[in-house]
Design a protein around this ligand. Sequence first.
Ligand code: SAM
Length: 335
Amino acid sequence: MSLDDTLNIFRAIGEETRLRIMGLLCRGELTVTEITTILGQSQPRVSRHLKILADAGLAERHREGAWMFYRVAAEARDDPALGAVLTSVEAIADSSDRIVARDRERFEQSREARAAVAAAYFKENAREWTRLRRLHLPESDIEARMVGLLKGEVVDQFIDLGAGTGRMLEIFAGHYRAGVGYDLSHEMLAIARANLERAGVAHAQLRHGDLFSLPLEPQSADVVCIHQVLHFLAEPAAAVAEAARLLKPGGRLIISDFAPHDLEFLRDEHAHRRLGFSDEEVRDWCAAAGLALDKIETLSPGSGERRKLTVKIWLCDSPAKAMREISRLHPRSVA
Ligand SMILES: C[S@@+](CC[C@H](N)C(=O)[O-])C[C@H]1O[C@@H](n2cnc3c(N)ncnc32)[C@H](O)[C@@H]1O
């Protein structure tokens, strides 16, 4: 890194609004609109500051439909100068300073407002969920492929994050000895209970809980499933990290969600936050959570199914399996 580059970093962070923005981004990814609302400043002004932070290598952006997302640049933490600046930013962002304390509070309010939109959607649509899910998914194909990933194995503990109406607990029922599904929506959980009872699935439980912080010991699950949940979340990476925490060594995480798409109306009408995910993004979350992305399946809709979207299934392994694979492929690289 040159003297000029280093000066650029300090010039970028050496301004109050930009320091506050980086403090917010250290808490999590935000859209430009959310940053504008939290800071109470105009959009052009905020965008100008964000560009300076991105040019200095501290922040990175990613456009998805009409929304622009900003986050801490993925490689910044590995760079000595940028990493040191981020450590200082985190310290000030956690401090009791009056201005940053208010930013923190507004960040939380923004997250809560976002979660409330999704919660209201699920409360209102719990009874309709089975029909709504089918609108955009080639459902039976996906389910068969997801279950097929376990290759007939029966595991001890299966955990479903964002269990909704209990469909995953139902289709995987023959593949676990004990299952538990967590969801934040009481309405969804009530329907899930009725569905599982009707399907005769007595070895699964349903519990109310936030998938970002579950009251479960680390390494308690053989398989964790996150089906059609991540695109509603403000922090999908944190959900993957929580799933990784729950997995036993050698356990597997099965994620299914949309491939990147441009159906913007899903945000307004169906509370989606993200318009699908790329394989690279999922791979990065896995790597950050200590998982290895083992397999990717892509299910494209048929030519006559214009309303359906391409769906991805990502199979991720927790370390023991990942290490076994590395030692199989490169026997001398693993001590
Ligand atoms: C689209 S539904 C999918 C349900 C189910 N996995 C399926 O495929 O039918 C998403 C579910 O995630 C739940 N959810 C959203 N945020 C959550 C959170 N932070 N913790 C637990 N559940 C959450 C919602 O209440 C909703 O039931």
